[in-house]
Ligand binder design. Structure first.
Ligand code: NAP
Length: 281
């Protein structure tokens, strides 16, 4: 079994980006990410802080736009529109969750596609689907980058994705299809999941259920990618995969923490640099 070290791959991605940012700055271009947060969800606060630190590491400017939970939907849309118009901002990210009175899809649709570094605007979702250049949702993109780094062949492989959310599962399907894998998707209404996962060459789990994927659900030699981040009552963080058991069978496996998480942030930085280059030609 080989451990897929997301921290190390993320470091490598950041190193390359840092050189690119230096070159951009030599040409008077300063990549900048705007992060909007509405309300004070404790998880989001940590994620935003981590994104800010990561931007700092590669020289990307970072500005937070923090609003209390009473911000109305139209006020939020106005904030986004202003950032769309602001040429000093290259990437816009709306941290989820947002309060219930805000339609998050409407907000994502309002972010200019060329600044949509999370890849959640339907224009980018659509471009990914039809195989055109697109901003790809950072978590699936990070998973693909890890496969590349470890030379894990995807073509013709039986890939099973657990979860069908708009931010992870669905874009993951498209990314795997684009790499010529044969893709099966499971969700909360899927019957006999273990019969499906047992046939998989590659399992990508993004359901948010601690230690859901057990050893008896995985075939020998499978590649197992654990997207889940679950906090247990004792404060520890575990993935969707029962790592101790499944790692005995897997050929490659990602740990939690230190697997997909760092890659998600690295690919966000990648998307900000890409957005900057597109906008400044
Ligand atoms: P989500 O929006 O809650 O979606 C969960 C998906 O899992 C849904 O499609 C749901 O099915 C499915 N599901 C739930 N219980 C299931 C079960 N028992 N069997 C099969 N499928 C089941 O979650 P998300 O935003 O995609 O996130 C998933 C996990 O990834 C969470 O732990 C989250 O914290 C983590 N995450 C990690 C990163 C990272 O950087 N590592 C990034 C994003 C998310 P239905 O559609 O039928 O409801």
């Amino acid at each position: 079994m080989e451990l897929i070290n997301g921290k190390e791959v993320a470091k490598k991605v950041r190193k390359d980006l840092k050189s690119e940012v230096i070159k951009l700055k030599e040409n008077g271009i300063n990549p900048k990410l705007a992060v909007i947060m509405v309300g004070n969800d404790p998880g989001s606060t940590v994620y935003v802080r981590n994104k800010s630190k990561a931007c700092q590491k590669v020289g990307i400017e970072f500005e937070e736009f923090l609003y209390d939970e009473n911000l109305s939907e139209s006020e939020l849309l106005d904030v986004i529109k202003k950032l769309n118009e602001d040429s000093s901002i290259n990437g816009i990210l709306l941290q989820s969750p947002v309060p219930k009175h805000i339609d998050i899809n409407k907000a994502f649709r309002t972010i200019a596609p060329e600044k949509d570094v999370d890849g959640f605007n339907p224009v980018n979702v659509g471009n990914l689907t039809i195989g055109e250049d697109a901003f790809i949702s950072c978590t699936p993109y990070g998973v693909i980058r890890m496969f590349e780094e470890y030379n894990i062949e995807l073509e013709g492989k039986n890939a099973v994705i657990l979860g069908r959310s708009n931010i992870v599962g669905k874009p993951m399907i498209q990314c795997m299809l684009n790499k010529n894998a044969t893709v099966t998707v499971c969700h909360s209404r899927t019957n006999n999941i273990e019969e499906i996962t047992k046939k998989a060459d590659i399992i990508i789990s993004a359901i948010g259920k601690p230690k859901f994927l057990k050893e008896n659900m995985v075939k020998d030699g499978a590649v197992v990618i654990d997207v889940g981040i679950n906090r247990l009552d004792d404060g520890s963080i575990v993935g969707d995969v029962d790592f101790d058991e499944v790692s005995k069978k897997a050929s490659y496996i990602t740990p939690v923490p230190g697997g997909v998480g760092p890659m998600t942030i690295a690919m966000l930085l990648n998307n900000v640099v890409k957005a900057t280059k597109i906008q400044t030609k």
